[in-house]
Design a protein around this ligand. Structure first.
Ligand code: GDP
Ligand code: MG
Length: 153
């Protein structure tokens, strides 16, 4: 089974609303394994680097304000096709358009407060994991449960 890692972050509105647990439950129930987790407040420089590809968007400074408005919960989740599977668990960018059953579809209404981030490609995942967890974390999927079949409970 091809293991992959992806970067997921409960954004400040999600942490404020007490949704860290709900997000973790969904990833665990799907069969992902948690490889790293940290609650932290991020500064503007890190927020700007994280969303560097959106620098020219009209909402960029609002986005950086949002991301630095309180603690985030940064996580690395691991599993089969982790990047793509995490994006489908999370749902569409605009929560008003996200399907019920997705995290954004169930917990949010507003594009400016959509609860959670997930990397959009393997390259983004590697970049974001290194940005938040350091170079050593980005190198390869961990041998988390060697010899263990993933149980879906
Ligand atoms: P994602 O990959 O689904 O998170 O979406 P994008 O990479 O396109 O955008 C990154 C984040 O910017 C989104 O998750 C939103 O938090 C925010 N965002 C996107 N579009 C808008 C917008 O039109 N207005 C505001 N305020 N924020 C936006
Ligand atoms: Mg994105």
């Amino acid at each position: 089974m091809q293991q992959e890692q992806t970067f997921v972050m409960v954004k400040p509105d999600g942490v404020r609303r007490g949704l860290v647990g709900a997000v973790i439950v969904r990833f665990e129930q799907k069969g992902f394994k948690l490889a790293a987790i940290e609650l932290r407040t991020i500064d503007r420089a890190l927020a700007e680097r994280h969303y560097g590809d959106l620098r020219t968007k009209p909402f960029f400074s609002e986005l950086v304000d949002y991301l630095t408005s309180g603690p985030v919960c940064a996580m690395i989740w691991q599993g089969e096709h982790a990047v793509e599977n995490a994006r489908s668990l999370i749902g569409k960018t605009n929560p008003a358009e996200a399907s019920p059953g997705t995290i954004r579809g169930d917990f949010a209404m507003d594009i400016a407060g959509n609860i959670v981030h997930g990397s959009d490609s393997a390259a983004s995942a590697a970049r974001e994991i290194e940005l938040f967890f350091g170079r050593h974390a980005a190198s390869h999927p961990l041998d988390l449960f060697a010899g263990d079949e993933v149980s879906h409970g």
